[in-house]
Design a protein around this ligand. Structure first.
Ligand SMILES: Cc1ncc(COP(=O)(O)O)c(C=O)c1O
Length: 181
């Protein structure tokens, strides 16, 4: 078999992944952070180490890492946690359903969603993003890479624009990893 769906779910995993999952199941499946007992403390250290490693990878403090079951859950948490009726949110035309569907639901609750132009080759238009920003813009939500077209959004530049206005940028990086521009 020639497996070509690695952007969705990699297979086979690197050998180190099988080893880490095996070690975790054998040594660390206790209650982290819930007891002074040695096994629970060991499990807590295991989780803390994973948090620190991931923090180093994405340039965040370990305390800023929140585990979720998948990208869909993380995106729902962010969108529904941040947006309230009357808020304006900007997004692109190439979002995954994990973004698009909760936004559709939030529209029904009074959130205003604005979708900016997106070019299949170059991604969102930065000038369209700048023009779309308003006083009540609470969030900009963009994928880093499209799961359909492979288009890479100029996410760092989009971040400079949103940061200069003090607006959070939610990045769906489900399709991208460390080292992308
Ligand atoms: C761009 C993008 N966002 C979100 C998701 C949803 O990811 P998950 O399956 O981890 O919820 C996917 C899944 O393929 C995706 O490609």
């Amino acid at each position: 078999m020639i497996y070509l769906n690695n952007a969705a779910t990699s297979w086979p995993k690197p050998e180190s992944v099988y080893k880490a999952v095996d070690a975790c199941l054998r040594q660390a499946t206790f209650n982290p952070g819930r007891s002074n007992q040695a096994h629970a403390q060991f499990a807590g250290a295991f989780v803390d180490e994973a948090r620190s490693t991931l923090g180093r990878l994405i340039g965040a403090a370990a305390t800023q890492i929140i585990w979720t079951r998948n990208a869909t859950e993380a995106i729902n948490l962010a969108l529904k946690g941040l947006l309230n009726p009357g808020d304006h949110v900007i997004t692109s035309q190439m979002e995954h359903h994990a973004v698009f569907r909760p936004l559709q639901r939030l529209v029904k609750l009074g959130v205003e969603v604005e979708t900016i132009e997106t070019d299949p080759a170059s991604g969102i238009s930065l000038s369209a993003l700048e023009k779309a920003l308003r006083a009540n813009t609470r969030l900009v939500v963009l994928c880093h890479a499209s799961n359909v077209l492979g288009t890479i959004n100029p996410i760092a530049l989009a971040g400079l624009i949103t940061r200069s206005k003090g607006i959070p940028l939610l990045v769906d990086a489900a399709q991208t990893g460390h080292g992308w521009p």
